[in-house]
Design a protein around this ligand. Structure first.
Ligand SMILES: [Zn+2]
Length: 167
């Protein structure tokens, strides 16, 4: 599970700045938390930030609630993290998100220096449910020469996508 779906981010070997990373044993546990957040969002997207095996912040889409179209789950989780923790601690953190980060969120993840991103549904899969900017998280990471981001895709993707059927 997850291995075949990881192909969603591309079957070519990892490039310098977007390293394809295998699914780790803890990934499903944290992704399930992100999906729980997503279930409560204005749109079904949720994220958690994990550092040293511990959840430091969570976020869900609050675009309508906050009257802020930039309040994607990842952005909310990052803002909550830095409200309580030094931003430099994001460098060793992993962000789990129910949907592949859009270019805005992936840009933020890069600026935060986060080392790893794990997503469930890919942008390609999400685009079948609602409008997406068709630039992958991998493409954004590859365009950043100063950082390497490990990316794992497809963890619990069917569960993340099923949330769209409940809305
Ligand atoms: Zn986003």
């Amino acid at each position: 599970m997850g291995v075949g779906l990881a192909a969603a981010i591309g079957a070519t070997p990892a490039l310098a700045h977007a390293k394809r990373s295998p699914v780790r044993p803890e990934d499903e546990k944290f992704m399930r938390l992100a999906i729980d957040e997503a279930a409560k969002g204005d749109f079904p997207f949720g994220a958690v930030i994990v550092h040293d095996g511990k959840v430091f912040s969570t976020g869900r889409n609050l675009g309508v609630t906050n009257n802020d179209p930039t309040a994607h789950g990842e952005m909310v989780a990052i803002r909550r993290f830095v409200a309580d923790n030094p931003a430099k601690d994001l460098k060793g953190a992993t962000l789990y998100t129910s949907g592949e980060p859009c270019p805005m969120c992936m840009g933020a993840i890069v600026w935060c220096g986060m080392g790893r991103v794990v997503f469930a549904a890919s942008i390609e899969q999400l685009a079948k449910r609602l409008g997406q900017i068709m630039i992958t998280s991998r493409a954004v990471a590859e365009a950043a020469p100063f950082l390497t981001v490990e990316i794992t895709g497809g963890v619990l993707a069917p569960e993340a996508l099923a949330l769209f059927d409940k809305k």
